[in-house]
Design a protein around this ligand. Structure first.
Ligand code: CUA
Length: 655
């Protein structure tokens, strides 16, 4: 009996030791209540201290990009990209409206999916971040000094711009692939004639290394599959780009059944250097195509839109050695390349195992012409010839894989709701952690580069349910932060994200924060409607157009009393913020304007359009609490009847 008690006591002690072991505590690390021992310390950023990383989360159906700090999970900013944003007036001011111009007209919304930060020599350089608009195909470039959208280029011949926006390791190209294949050129034809007649365009958009300006270098016109995701080769595979495909069946209806028939779909391997050379030597065919190219200028604080008329297309069968298909089970979603460039991971969402292709074996098979037939003239390699290995039954519903730069891969599993860590080369699973719930993408800062910063992994979960206080039927998505610096992943933090963060890109804070702009120099303001001194503030009439050249400084508008405006006039408030200090924007809002407010940064000029519809004396005011006398920062516009003879007049400080 005594012996039995002794055994029991020692068992309890062992159990106690196990449960105290940092990070090993299953119950604790699930975060259902008590966090594992020092998780709170690991995410605590003391008041006034800064986070170690910036993390840029795509906004999904918000159309924008949100900026967070890691490890705190604090949100710093929402950067408007594809959607009108009343918080800053983006897309409402006359200067920014051209950013939404497309071949379909003004499109003030999109579905933004995959941000990627510019690189030099395969390392994050922090110049720009790119993101795709999925719905009305577009790619945007955001400047990481101003954290503002600088450029949006539309993609013709594309639809559901999903396998985008990923960049090559010297930012030579930002690449965008069509999810939906469509008739090219678009035309009136029966949907059932899809097979063999639709095309999938993969766009290679060059990036000017000085200015960042984008231009479509060429569009590769691929067979009518669905192109889901993509990644560039890097290091040894630099010069190649890899795209997952599904619906190689080319079904056009009841896709959930009809596009899941084939045992294997493909990863398309594209040698863009070969195509670049072909194009530089006059190859390819220019075809008519209408697409908008919108550029925002930081000197004028204004965007201009240009409609382009043609695009260069390339038929892959005309360029030997350019494109090959790697059979990949089964409806692969993510297409991820490890930091060495050797392994290409196809996350077959309906497949039991995870397939890893070898770049070396692929090159060998191509050189030895070991092909297994072709699809629309594109050679198909043999599955076994390019296989590096498989991760056996790692989980259910693999979607995406990230890398820590230490030989480990982290794959997200949507159906089994977990993150699985496995070793590149041995393919053994070394850890798995549940996520809450149903993870989509994961992100490791620099995970898309040759040099990841393998300290944190962020799981972007699709389903939130009970993780936060309920807010009615609509819940924000939840992200979860893991510490991956040890052998086992440790859950540190839950935090809500905005919209649907399909993907994110992280970068050490020190790379960006030293370059972050604090204000615009008033002397450098080249906006044609800028008012650089209060003495120049004025009101001018041109027919029924009235231009108000207004200035702001704490705490008044110049002028603040305006008379002689009439019903039916088209009024433009051109407002220049004369502050020259960090974090002193002024706002401007006019009663009855069919627009949002403006938020004008120090040194900037922005323009609000207003159509006065009713006779009276109507106020405007500053919307941003800028000083102790913010509430006094206001003015009046007198609106007279349309047939009035009232002359224009304006004043400040006169009775
Ligand atoms: Cu200016 Cu409040």
């Amino acid at each position: 009996m005594k012996k039995a008690i002794n055994i029991l006591v020692s068992l309890v002690m062992v159990a106690g030791l196990v449960s105290c072991n940092n990070g090993e505590n299953k119950k604790g690390s699930q975060g259902k209540g008590g966090l594992a021992t020092n998780a709170a310390e690991k995410v605590y950023v003391a008041p006034g201290e800064h986070d170690d990383y910036y993390a840029f989360f795509s906004g999904g159906y918000s159309g924008n990009l949100t900026v967070y700090g890691l490890p705190s999970g604090r949100m710093f900013k929402e950067i408007p990209v594809f959607s009108q944003f009343p918080t800053s007036g983006y897309g409402y001011s006359e200067e920014t409206k051209p950013m939404f111009n497309t071949s379909f007209g003004f499109v003030p919304w999109d579905d933004s999916h995959h941000p990627d930060i510019s690189q030099t020599n395969g390392k994050l350089d922090g110049r720009w971040i790119f993101i795709n608009g999925n719905n009305t195909p577009r790619i945007a470039r955001i400047d990481l000094e101003t954290f503002e959208t600088e450029e949006i280029i539309e993609l013709p011949n594309s639809a559901g711009n999903h396998s985008s926006s990923f960049i090559t390791e010297n930012t030579e190209y930002v690449v965008a692939g069509t999810r939906f294949s469509v008739p090219v050129p678009q035309r009136d034809m029966p949907i059932k004639d899809y097979k063999g007649n639709f095309k999938g365009a993969l766009s290679f958009i060059s990036v000017d290394q000085e200015t960042g300006r984008m231009g479509i270098k060429f569009q590769l016109m691929m067979p009518g599959f669905n192109y889901d995701l993509s990644h560039p080769g890097r290091d040894k595979s630099h010069g190649w780009f890899f795209f997952t495909t599904y619906n190689t069946e080319e079904a056009n209806t009841l896709m959930e059944v009809n596009s899941s028939q084939n045992d294997k779909d493909f990863i398309a391997a594209v040698n863009w250097k070969v195509i670049e050379e072909y194009v530089n030597n006059g190859g390819g065919t220019k075809v008519p195509a209408k697409y908008a190219h919108n550029v925002y200028d930081h000197a004028t604080h204004s965007a201009t839109s240009t409609m382009e008329n043609e695009v260069l297309t390339v038929d892959p069968t005309k360029v030997p050695g350019a494109v090959f298909f790697l059979p990949t089970p089964k409806s692969p979603h993510g297409c991820d390349v490890d930091p060495t460039g050797e392994y290409i991971i196809g996350n077959g969402k309906l497949s039991a195992d995870l397939t890893v292709h070898s770049f070396t074996k692929m090159i060998d098979a191509i050189e030895n012409k070991k092909f297994d037939g072709e699809a629309y003239g594109i050679p198909i390699l043999k599955f076994e010839d390019v296989l590096a290995g498989t991760v056996k039954q790692p989980g259910l519903g693999p979607l995406h894989t990230e890398f820590d730069g230490k030989g480990n891969a982290y794959t997200t599993f949507f159906i089994s709701s977990e993150v699985v860590k496995w070793k590149l080369g041995t393919w053994e699973v070394v850890d798995r952690q549940p996520v809450f719930y149903s993870v989509g993408h994961g992100m490791i800062p620099g995970g898309n580069s040759r040099e990841p910063f393998g300290k944190y992994f962020v799981a972007m979960n699709k389903i939130t349910k009970d993780r936060y206080l309920p807010t009615g039927p609509e819940l924000e998505h939840s992200a979860q932060l893991f510490d991956i610096s040890g052998d086992k992943m440790e859950l540190l933090l839950d935090f809500p994200t905005h919209g649907e963060p399909h993907y994110a890109a992280g970068i050490p804070a020190e790379i960006l924060k030293k370059n972050s702009k604090q204000f615009y120099k008033l002397a450098d303001n080249k906006n044609p409607y800028a008012t650089l001194s209060e003495a120049d503030a004025r009101v001018e009439r041109k027919g029924n157009e009235v231009h108000i050249y207004m200035t702001t400084i704490r705490s008044h508008f110049t002028p603040d009393n305006i008379e002689g405006i009439k019903v039916g006039d088209k009024v433009f408030f051109h407002i220049t913020n004369h502050e020259q200090d960090f974090d002193v924007p002024h706002g401007f809002a006019m009663i009855g304007a069919n627009n949002a407010e403006l938020l004008i940064m120090p040194g900037q000029t922005k323009t609000l359009f207003w159509e006065p519809k009713q006779v009276g004396v109507w106020p405007f005011y500053c919307t941003d609490f800028c000083s102790a006398l913010h509430q006094e920062m206001q003015g009046y516009v007198r609106v007279s009847p349309a047939n009035s003879n009232m002359e224009l007049s304006w004043s400040l400080g006169e009775d």
